[in-house]
Design a binder for this molecule. Structure first.
Ligand SMILES: CC(C)(COP(=O)(O)OP(=O)(O)OC[C@H]1O[C@@H](n2cnc3c(N)ncnc32)[C@H](O)[C@@H]1OP(=O)(O)O)[C@@H](O)C(=O)NCCC(=O)NCCS
Length: 278
């Protein structure tokens, strides 16, 4: 059963930011950056007055404000919805996905806040129990697309002149998405590629991230070592990372090395072939 944002404990913290449900006192700050033409040009609606945004921010239960050092630096949106399904199984697709959105105030842009907040947003979405997250933007919104790519979302659609901008022009749109089981892979891999500490509780509750990150790192390291030396590797770890995580080119004869699996050396494998000359 998919939960809602109100079922979670707030606030949620990242390395530098705090995410929490909005309060009326936040509205002036939100209105100030959302009414900025450079921000509004990419958004569904131009914010013009507090009352107009209060419905979405205070009533809908889909918005979260992003704070840095007690200052509102932006907001994010998470709206749980139904996946597409054939009629006979439509019940099973109810509340299985979430649409995401984000804004960072111009004064705070360019400091990695969007990426940091959206990573947490994706974590929150999957913690609620959805199986897929999705986000869309105008194709020209390269900064927002960069945010999606850095978080690990995959571009799934490019729609030619299907979105009408308020300036009257039809523009290309793009959609990005990610599945919950892929987040288990993308999340820690991204952390490693960014040199983040395995101690950092950014991804998973209850310290699970430590185990997985440790295993992922060990597996990748072992793959590289095996490829260079052809020596057998044997990883002894408690938990096996998802199969997709292991690079397909890593092992001998195309076999990847996974925790708890041992690959033979070249010599050992040729010896084992019956009838072959030594
Ligand atoms: C999109 C938005 C949220 C990004 O916020 P941000 O906090 O500045 O983003 P980040 O600092 O996390 O940067 C994300 C990436 O975009 C890049 N970027 C940031 N500003 C950029 C700019 N003006 N031009 C090109 N790239 C830029 C960053 O360098 C970073 O990529 P990198 O790490 O590879 O260098 C912000 O620009 C915004 O609110 N825009 C208006 C509203 C909007 O477009 N919302 C999304 C609607 S789909």
């Amino acid at each position: 059963m998919t939960r809602g944002l109100s079922d979670l404990t707030w606030p949620r913290r990242t390395e530098r930011l705090l995410l929490r449900p909005p309060q009326r006192a936040d509205l002036p700050a939100v209105l100030a950056y959302r009414s900025d033409p450079e921000v509004a040009r990419w958004l569904t609606a131009v914010a013009t007055e507090e009352e107009e945004i209060s419905g979405r921010f205070l009533v809908s239960g889909t918005a979260l404000v992003v704070e840095r050092d007690r200052e509102v630096v932006g907001d994010v949106m998470l709206q749980v919805g139904d996946g597409w399904a054939q009629r006979e199984v439509a019940d099973r697709a109810r509340r299985t996905q979430a649409e995401l959105g984000w804004v960072v105030a111009p004064a705070h842009q360019g400091q990695g806040y969007a990426v940091e907040a959206v990573r947490e947003l994706v974590t929150i979405a999957f913690a609620l129990g959805v199986r897929r997250v999705e986000a869309g933007s105008f194709a020209e919104n390269v900064v927002s697309r960069r945010v999606m790519e850095k978080v690990g979302l995959r571009q799934e659609g490019h729609f030619v002149r299907e979105s009408l901008h308020r300036d009257g022009t039809w523009r290309d749109g793009v959609t990005y998405a990610l599945l919950a089981d892929e987040w288990d892979v993308v999340g820690p891999t991204h952390l490693i590629s960014q040199g983040c500490s395995a101690e950092h509780p950014r991804r998973r509750p209850h310290g699970q991230h430590k185990v997985l990150l440790h295993e992922v790192a060990a597996t990748l390291q072992a793959n590289v070592r095996h490829r260079l030396t052809h020596e057998p590797v044997h990883l002894v770890t408690g938990q096996r990372p998802p199969d997709d995580l292991v690079p397909p080119v890593a092992g001998q004869r195309g076999r990847p090395v996974r925790p708890g699996h041992e690959l033979p050396t070249r010599r050992a494998s040729s010896r084992s072939r019956p009838g072959e000359r030594k």
